[in-house]
Design a protein around this ligand. Structure first.
Ligand code: PMP
Length: 421
């Protein structure tokens, strides 16, 4: 048999129609017991668990393909390069981008936003200009813009939200003025679960000549994405939130914008030629990928994209919405519990506070029941301030989450109530 063909990754496993119990078996970590109790993992918004196919693709890379990319003429280097560039094409298809060159591998959403701020931002934003964000942004879509504004003398403006956690589109529209160079907004809030109407937001921004960056960290695991339909200029995602590994993510940028942008970091692999007098930079995406990249991470991200493609997207969304509705109803019935984030269009992120109980105590008591949730400010302190809170408890769903997980959460919360009666 042709050696190359035998080493091709297996066809993506398909899980149709949606069978959550079968799907859970693809995630080995979920079979664990914690303190003797079955693991109930409700912290997928912090990081998702990884399917066997992702773990295997990454170990296969180290076992059979590892060499540095874009450098060697030898067999393994060519093979590693092919695998790395194939992963880029997979991400391109996942986002429905027009060209593979529009996909830049980065460490994750945080690096993607910093890259755009320090390249596109530095060349387009001047003193007196404005950068617009929303009140529901993660720190990684706030701080890089604050840094840019400090460096350039530009002003950061913030579009408000209502109590349900929906963006006030009229206010947002009002805030996009002739000085607005860039609008950076999250597709899905990591605290509220709100899905923002990105297409409409892009229309409003483009009508006034502002570019749009979308933080897709929380959207990628839940929504079918299409950057061309959304019309955005930049889209950022993190592999680890979408069933892939940590340390890898992608930045989509429209080709003409990337081509006009200066490099982010200097080093190997991002140049055409170097002399002490002059260095010529490579074209995108290499221009933005200085140094040896996270090759195995890209392979893992490619496998995660294959995994997601193997799910029936409609069935996955219907399943997640059913578990979300079940959870919202069950939690709302608990005395003294207040849900934070009740937008009409939202994904499976359930933030809540319980009267008289600190969120950290909720998290600690649930932990002893084998239930993993997140507590704290969720890297969104300005959003917490908007609700007058220091912290919330947050249960977040993944493709493997089930109504049994919610039953366990509810039983755990009843125990919390008993402790704090
Ligand atoms: N944006 C949102 C909405 C997020 O939830 C996160 C991660 N919590 C980030 C950005 C940052 O992602 P990363 O830490 O993977 O760079």
């Amino acid at each position: 048999m042709n050696q190359r063909a035998s080493n091709l990754p297996p066809r993506a496993q398909r899980f149709e129609p949606y069978q959550v119990e079968r799907l859970r078996q693809a995630f080995p970590i979920l079979a664990q017991r914690i303190y003797g109790k079955p693991l109930v993992y409700l912290d997928s918004a912090a990081t998702s668990q990884k399917p066997q196919a992702v773990i295997e693709a990454m170990s296969r890379f180290f076992l059979e393909e590892n060499a540095n990319v874009h450098r060697g003429v030898h067999y393994l280097s060519l093979r590693a390069t092919e695998a790395y560039e194939q992963a880029r094409i997979k991400v391109q298809r996942f986002l429905n981008a027009g060209h593979a060159e529009e996909i830049v591998f980065v460490r994750g959403t945080t690096e993607a936003v910093n890259l755009v701020a320090q390249t596109y931002g530095k060349t387009h934003v001047r003193a007196g200009d404005e950068v617009l964000i929303s009140a529901m942004e993660h720190h990684s879509n706030i701080v890089p813009w604050q840094m840019l504004c400090e460096q350039t003398g530009a002003r950061l403006r913030v579009a408000p939200i209502d109590d349900a956690g929906e963006l006030l589109l009229d206010e947002l529209e009002r805030l996009i003025g002739p000085k607005t160079r860039l609008l950076a907004v999250t597709h899905v809030s990591n605290v509220l679960g709100t899905v923002n109407p990105i297409r409409r937001i892009v229309e409003l921004a483009h009508a006034r000549g502002a570019a749009v960056l979308v933080d897709g960290a929380q959207a990628a695991p839940h929504l079918k994405l299409d950057v061309r339909a959304l019309g955005c200029d930049f889209y950022a995602l993190s592999g680890h939130k979408m069933y892939g590994p940590t340390g890898i993510g992608a930045l989509y940028g429209r080709r003409e914008l990337l081509e006009a942008m200066p490099p982010y970091q200097g080093g190997g692999d991002m140049i055409l030629s170097v002399s002490f007098d002059e260095t010529l930079y490579a074209k995108p995406p290499q221009r933005f990928e200085a140094g040896t990249p996270n090759m195995v991470g890209a392979i893992g991200l490619g496998a995660a994209v294959d995994f997601l493609a193997g799910l029936d997207a409609g069935a996955l969304a219907a399943h997640e919405q059913a578990v979300l509705a079940y959870a919202q109803q069950a939690l709302a019935a608990l005395p003294g519990l207040r849900l934070i984030g009740t937008a009409a269009d939202k994904v499976g992120v359930l933030s809540f506070v319980l009267d008289g109980v600190h969120p950290h105590d909720i998290g600690t008591i649930l932990d002893r029941e084998g239930i993993a949730i997140r507590t704290g400010h969720h890297c969104a302190q300005p959003l917490m301030q908007r609700y007058g809170l220091a912290a919330t408890a947050r249960a977040s769903l993944g493709c493997y989450s089930s109504e049994q997980d919610i039953d366990a959460l509810l039983a755990g919360l009843v125990k919390v109530r008993e402790v704090f009666r």
